[in-house]
Design a protein around this ligand. Structure first.
Ligand code: ATP
Ligand code: MG
Length: 573
């Protein structure tokens, strides 16, 4: 490919709506073109990268025994009603109506479609196990499409679905997929951490995410991990043990005391001269439109996904001041934020964190303005039947596996694996006849990889101030040959020769034949991120060219023949 012909439109500046490195660079280097929020055209350079990632994914999925197919991008409502997700999925599901007034949706995922395919075709245990996958555009009407390809509305996903006769079969396939994923990301030049995770809207019991660890702003997930053992988990799933703390308030009896204007935990601590660890904090949430009280030791924070799962809701958020007021009026109280408590809230769902169990002679709100109860005890002043872990883990707390201190880092989820069990097969009546002649629902797993997100995550990991540093395996081209001065006959003819030779040997090469200043060409090459650059400049008079490695920045002076040889070595490695 000649640079003069390559359809690439580099920009002088980063686009104003780009917040993270990968978005900035992909837009500026001409890889993507925005059509509307969360919708991008993949320009020729981008498409080459995506096809390379897809090829790696295909090869490894096929090697792991999965089979590729492709299902329609538009799906009928009826199937989604069978699984119960037409109601449950929420606004991310883009619903459309066809000319016959039939309700349809744009595929955000394909559990329903693939389960229906299996139900028709995999009728006997003899057809099992089976793992089928596709690489397909997905559409999710994300609330906040952002970060370019990291969170788009239309994006490319590899989604696989496995069907087994029993749990043991699923476990085996789950491990098989975990191994395949490790190989896929390694081949893409991406180090990943496999972390425990919440199963979210897809449901099921066990799931893991593959995280690219990043120190850029793009890491949307907090990952807690232990350096001494293999424990690691997304914050929505992480658990920890707490270091010792004072949990006895030391009050000799329970009594109501005045605590004027103590609307925050800090103010209350200050006023009563007590640590937050002896206060029971009550927070009001709205889960699927209904109020829920979350109780937790006051120095700790509620993890909303854990709370949402604890109450079995699809949606959760903290209540607003008017919503709290409305709840108080309903229950005949007059308190506002800071003074809320579980008292008199018998018909409201109350979830207490496990930290609450250890509290003795503690301080708690009683739904009266400017008052708290001190010296309260469980079973006497506060009755709770159920304790669930709804606590957000913090760095420095103790690893649940080995007892060392947990650390935190940010990660980008590039893929995940879920044990679905019979979550879809049961409601959809997707059954097979087992060896004993009985009809049983498939035991399923599902396995996703964000193809477009993986490309963007690679940039978050591999870049510098000048541009992208693609790992060789997913770079759009391997090398660019740059005649420094196109008016110099020897330089252009040598560059052409090197280019022809590399091309003949199957190397993916670009010749920068443009009549531009050397600085401009070098800048573009660094921005686009060619892993290697061969500069043909003045040194050609002595028979030498310059070979530059984009990743390491190393430069070698060598003959054109040697340069070609080196490139062939790395391309074939
Ligand atoms: P997230 O928590 O980031 O929204 P998810 O749990 O919704 O992800 P899945 O439904 O399991 O993700 O999708 C599988 C993979 O598809 C994810 O691991 C991710 O790599 C990718 N993916 C999901 N949503 C998007 C999106 N909006 N844009 C780009 N890639 C996405
Ligand atoms: Mg999502």
């Amino acid at each position: 490919m000649k640079m003069s012909k390559l359809f690439v439109q580099t920009l002088r500046e980063f686009p104003s709506d780009a917040e993270v490195v990968s978005h900035k660079m992909l837009a500026r280097a001409g890889y993507i073109k925005k059509l509307a929020p969360g919708l991008y055209s993949f320009m020729p350079l981008m498409w080459r990268v995506l096809k390379k990632i897809e090829t790696i994914v295909r090869e490894e999925m096929d090697r792991a025994g999965a089979q590729e197919l492709l299902t329609p991008f538009v799906q009928p409502k009826e199937l989604w009603e069978e699984s119960g997700r037409w109601e449950a999925y929420g606004k991310e599901l883009m619903r459309v109506i066809d000319r016959h007034d039939k309700e349809m949706c744009l595929a955000p995922t394909a559990e329903e479609v693939i389960t229906a395919i299996a139900r028709d075709g995999l009728k006997s245990y003899k057809n099992l196990p089976c793992n089928i996958y596709q690489i397909q555009d997905k559409f999710r009407d994300e609330v906040r499409p952002r970060y370019g390809l990291l969170r788009g509305r239309e994006f490319i996903m590899k989604d696989a679905y496995s069907f087994d006769t029993d749990e043991a079969g699923l476990e085996k396939e789950y491990q098989n997929m975990a191994q395949a994923y490790k190989r896929i990301f390694e081949r893409c030049g991406l180090e990943t951490k496999m972390v425990q995770s919440d199963s979210g809207a897809i449901g099921g019991s066990v799931s893991h995410e593959f995280m690219v660890i990043t120190d850029t702003d793009a890491g949307e997930n907090d990952v807690f991990y232990c350096e001494d053992c293999d424990y690691s988990a997304n914050s929505n799933h992480a658990v920890s043990k707490l270091p010792p703390a004072q949990t006895d308030g030391g009050y000799s009896k329970a009594e109501v005391v005045d605590t004027p204007n103590t609307t925050s935990i800090e103010e209350l601590c200050e006023f009563l001269k007590i640590p937050a660890t002896v206060i029971l904090k009550t927070l009001v949430y709205i889960a699927d439109k209904k109020p829920v009280l979350a109780l937790i030791r006051a120095d700790k924070t509620v993890e909303e996904t854990k709370l949402m799962n604890a109450v079995g809701a699809m949606d959760i958020r903290i209540a607003t001041a008017p919503e709290i007021e409305e709840l108080m009026i309903q229950k005949g109280f007059n308190a506002a934020k800071g003074f809320i408590g579980p008292k008199g809230m018998d018909d409201v769902t109350i979830v207490a964190d496990e930290t609450v169990k250890d509290l003795k002679n503690f301080v708690v709100g009683i739904n009266e303005a400017d008052k708290h109860l001190v010296g309260a005890n469980l079973g006497v002043d506060v009755n709770i039947d159920k304790f669930v872990d709804i606590r957000l883990v913090e760095a420095g707390e103790i690893c649940p596996q080995c007892g060392k201190k947990l650390k935190v880092t940010q990660g980008i989820e590039v893929g995940n694996i879920f044990k679905l069990g019979t979550k879809y097969s049961k409601p959809m009546n997707a059954v097979f006849t087992d060896i004993d002649g009985k009809s049983k629902p498939y035991v399923m797993g599902c396995y996703g990889i964000g193809i477009t997100r993986t490309a963007a995550a690679a940039i978050e990991r591999h870049h510098d101030d000048f541009g992208i540093k693609w790992p060789m395996a997913i770079a759009p081209y391997h090398v660019i040959v740059v005649p420094v001065n196109v008016k110099d006959e020897l330089q252009t003819s040598t560059a052409q020769k090197i280019y022809d030779e590399l091309l003949a040997k199957g190397v993916e090469v670009v010749l920068d034949d443009r009549d531009e200043r050397a600085g401009v060409k070098f800048k573009d090459a660094d921005l686009i991120g060619f892993p290697y650059r061969i500069n043909v400049g003045k040194t050609i008079k002595d028979g030498n060219v310059e070979l530059k490695n984009r990743t390491t920045g190393e430069t070698e002076i060598l003959t054109p023949e040697k340069a070609v040889e080196k490139i062939l070595e790395v391309v074939r490695a």
